[in-house]
Design a binder for this molecule. Structure first.
Ligand code: ZN
Length: 281
């Protein structure tokens, strides 16, 4: 599940590798992947790639002539650079940019659902793009003070993952951040003290920085299908807390799992397991 650190390292590695390369052919084999029609995808053929940057959890692939590909990986997409062209049987391909030097930049998606998307936009289209316009401030490297930003009566676990509130954090890193800040995932944003908001901001920047630094040390092209994420809490329920050795617990939801340490985060309380309580109803 790619979040800010995974998108950041991908943008850095691929951006450096493709800068100045020429796009020979562009196609979008996924039926739902291309979500724009004007300009057509063929408008970038013959043009140079200028670079790849990140906004929130999205990629912006910049092409000369003022065009940009806005790419959202959703939950199972990957942006990958290959030394050769894709076989027609690569059913994971959603966008293919064949470069004139023989390499190929691909948006691929794993799993059964097709939700990753791409839009080809002009500068004006980028400025008007709603996905970008509604994004909150970047969670890294320098987010604004969090007390005013999170001042809503919603649980921190959902507020921090709301891209309109703060951009870049998802289901994996939110668990690491709340654990680092010693805050309950169910604490409401509007109930944060000044001190807690400060600790949370430090945890946001600290955890995202830790992840990016880890990837800088350990990753090189080609980026693997499955990134080894340096998580200490998320999906580690049943294991000892890395700080206090208490058994990490989890709350299971339909589509995700929330992990936490009862001693460090919830004053020893075990949070209700929604899955279990539904079964018991
Ligand atoms: Zn603990």
């Amino acid at each position: 599940m790619p979040e800010l650190p995974e998108v950041e390292i991908t943008a850095r590695l691929i951006g450096a590798a493709v800068a100045d390369a020429r796009i020979e052919a562009a196609s979008a084999p996924g039926i739902n992947a291309l979500r724009s029609f004007d300009p057509p995808l063929s408008a970038i053929e013959g043009r140079r790639l200028l670079g790849v940057r990140r906004r929130g959890k999205l990629f912006v692939v910049e092409v000369d002539g003022g065009l940009s590909l806005l790419i959202h990986l959703m939950s199972a997409g990957r942006l990958q650079l290959f030394q050769t062209r894709a076989s027609r049987r690569d059913r994971a391909s959603r966008l293919l940019l064949a470069l004139s030097d023989g390499r190929e930049l691909r948006l691929r998606e794993f799993g059964t659902r097709q939700t990753a998307w791409v839009k080809l936009l002009t500068a004006g289209g980028m400025a008007a793009e709603e996905t970008l316009a509604t994004l909150g401030p970047e969670a890294w490297p320098d987010p604004p003070p969090l007390r005013p930003l999170l001042n809503e009566p919603r649980p921190l676990h959902s507020l921090l993952r709301d891209q309109r509130v703060i951009a870049g954090i998802g289901r994996s890193w939110v668990d690491e951040i709340l654990h680092a800040a010693r805050l309950s995932p169910f604490k409401r944003g509007s109930e944060l003290s000044q001190e807690e908001a400060g600790a949370l901001r430090d945890a946001v920047t600290g955890e995202l920085e830790r992840a990016i630094a880890h990837y800088e040390r350990s990753l090189a092209l080609p980026i693997p299908d499955k990134l080894p994420m340096p998580l200490r809490v998320h999906r580690r329920n049943g294991e000892p807390c890395p700080r206090c050795n208490t058994r990490l617990e989890a709350v299971f939801y339909e589509e995700h799992v929330m992990c936490y340490c009862p001693t460090c985060q919830t004053e020893g309380r075990q949070l209700k397991d929604r899955r279990l309580s539904r079964l018991l109803k």
